[in-house]
Write a protein of this length. Structure first.
Length: 124
Protein backbone atom coordinates (compact mmCIF):
# COMPACT_ATOMS: atom_id res chain seq x y z
CA UNK A 1 0.00 0.00 0.00
CA UNK A 2 1.35 3.38 -1.06
CA UNK A 3 1.68 6.16 1.46
CA UNK A 4 -0.55 9.16 1.03
CA UNK A 5 2.53 11.31 0.39
CA UNK A 6 3.63 9.02 -2.46
CA UNK A 7 0.09 9.01 -3.91
CA UNK A 8 -0.01 12.83 -3.77
CA UNK A 9 3.34 13.00 -5.59
CA UNK A 10 2.02 10.68 -8.33
CA UNK A 11 -1.14 12.75 -8.72
CA UNK A 12 0.87 16.00 -8.89
CA UNK A 13 3.22 14.50 -11.51
CA UNK A 14 0.26 13.37 -13.62
CA UNK A 15 -1.39 16.78 -13.28
CA UNK A 16 1.82 18.56 -14.36
CA UNK A 17 2.08 16.24 -17.36
CA UNK A 18 -1.53 16.93 -18.40
CA UNK A 19 -1.14 20.70 -18.00
CA UNK A 20 2.15 20.79 -19.88
CA UNK A 21 0.75 18.61 -22.67
CA UNK A 22 -2.33 20.82 -22.98
CA UNK A 23 -0.21 23.97 -23.09
CA UNK A 24 2.14 22.58 -25.74
CA UNK A 25 -0.73 21.30 -27.87
CA UNK A 26 -2.53 24.66 -27.76
CA UNK A 27 0.71 26.45 -28.62
CA UNK A 28 1.31 24.13 -31.56
CA UNK A 29 -2.25 24.51 -32.85
CA UNK A 30 -2.20 28.31 -32.65
CA UNK A 31 1.07 28.53 -34.60
CA UNK A 32 0.21 25.96 -37.25
CA UNK A 33 -2.59 28.00 -38.85
CA UNK A 34 -0.32 31.03 -39.20
CA UNK A 35 2.84 29.33 -40.48
CA UNK A 36 1.14 26.30 -42.06
CA UNK A 37 -2.23 27.48 -43.44
CA UNK A 38 -4.66 24.97 -44.90
CA UNK A 39 -4.64 25.19 -48.70
CA UNK A 40 -7.60 23.86 -50.66
CA UNK A 41 -7.72 23.41 -54.43
CA UNK A 42 -11.13 23.03 -56.04
CA UNK A 43 -12.11 22.30 -59.64
CA UNK A 44 -15.76 22.68 -60.60
CA UNK A 45 -16.65 21.40 -64.05
CA UNK A 46 -19.41 19.79 -66.06
CA UNK A 47 -16.94 18.17 -68.47
CA UNK A 48 -13.65 16.27 -68.31
CA UNK A 49 -10.61 18.27 -67.23
CA UNK A 50 -6.85 17.67 -67.16
CA UNK A 51 -5.41 19.23 -64.01
CA UNK A 52 -1.92 19.84 -62.69
CA UNK A 53 -1.08 21.01 -59.16
CA UNK A 54 1.64 21.22 -56.54
CA UNK A 55 1.44 20.38 -52.86
CA UNK A 56 4.02 20.42 -50.05
CA UNK A 57 6.68 18.39 -51.87
CA UNK A 58 6.84 20.86 -54.76
CA UNK A 59 6.48 18.18 -57.45
CA UNK A 60 3.69 18.55 -59.98
CA UNK A 61 0.86 16.01 -59.91
CA UNK A 62 -1.25 15.39 -63.02
CA UNK A 63 -4.79 14.01 -63.05
CA UNK A 64 -7.73 13.75 -65.42
CA UNK A 65 -11.07 14.20 -63.70
CA UNK A 66 -14.67 14.10 -64.86
CA UNK A 67 -16.76 16.65 -63.01
CA UNK A 68 -15.76 18.33 -59.77
CA UNK A 69 -12.63 17.59 -57.71
CA UNK A 70 -10.85 18.98 -54.64
CA UNK A 71 -7.89 18.33 -52.37
CA UNK A 72 -6.37 20.09 -49.38
CA UNK A 73 -3.11 20.16 -47.46
CA UNK A 74 -1.09 22.28 -45.04
CA UNK A 75 1.23 24.59 -46.96
CA UNK A 76 4.06 26.68 -45.56
CA UNK A 77 3.57 30.44 -45.49
CA UNK A 78 5.58 32.04 -48.32
CA UNK A 79 5.64 28.93 -50.52
CA UNK A 80 4.14 28.86 -54.00
CA UNK A 81 0.85 27.17 -54.88
CA UNK A 82 0.04 26.09 -58.42
CA UNK A 83 -3.21 24.81 -59.91
CA UNK A 84 -3.87 24.55 -63.62
CA UNK A 85 -6.71 23.04 -65.65
CA UNK A 86 -7.40 22.38 -69.32
CA UNK A 87 -10.89 21.47 -70.49
CA UNK A 88 -10.57 18.24 -72.41
CA UNK A 89 -14.31 17.70 -72.86
CA UNK A 90 -16.14 18.97 -75.92
CA UNK A 91 -18.53 21.38 -74.20
CA UNK A 92 -18.92 22.86 -70.74
CA UNK A 93 -17.18 25.21 -68.38
CA UNK A 94 -14.51 24.79 -65.71
CA UNK A 95 -13.70 26.92 -62.67
CA UNK A 96 -10.63 26.53 -60.46
CA UNK A 97 -10.41 27.99 -56.96
CA UNK A 98 -7.71 28.28 -54.29
CA UNK A 99 -8.59 28.77 -50.61
CA UNK A 100 -6.32 29.60 -47.67
CA UNK A 101 -7.70 28.62 -44.23
CA UNK A 102 -11.21 28.38 -45.69
CA UNK A 103 -11.14 31.81 -47.36
CA UNK A 104 -11.41 32.01 -51.15
CA UNK A 105 -8.40 33.87 -52.59
CA UNK A 106 -8.25 33.08 -56.31
CA UNK A 107 -10.74 32.06 -59.03
CA UNK A 108 -10.29 31.44 -62.76
CA UNK A 109 -12.88 30.16 -65.26
CA UNK A 110 -12.63 28.55 -68.71
CA UNK A 111 -15.60 28.31 -71.03
CA UNK A 112 -14.33 26.52 -74.13
CA UNK A 113 -12.40 23.29 -74.87
CA UNK A 114 -8.60 23.52 -74.78
CA UNK A 115 -8.60 26.74 -72.76
CA UNK A 116 -5.87 26.71 -70.09
CA UNK A 117 -6.52 28.38 -66.73
CA UNK A 118 -3.81 28.69 -64.11
CA UNK A 119 -3.41 30.03 -60.60
CA UNK A 120 0.17 30.42 -59.34
CA UNK A 121 0.47 32.46 -56.16
CA UNK A 122 2.32 32.70 -52.84
CA UNK A 123 0.73 31.45 -49.62
CA UNK A 124 0.11 34.54 -47.45
Amino acid sequence: MLSSQHQNQNIMAQLRFVLLSTFLLSLLMSCSKKKWPRVKYEVISNTSVDIAYTMVSGGITYETVAGSWSTSFRGRQGNEVFLSAVQSGAVGSTTIKVYFNGNLHFVETASFPGQVITIQETIP
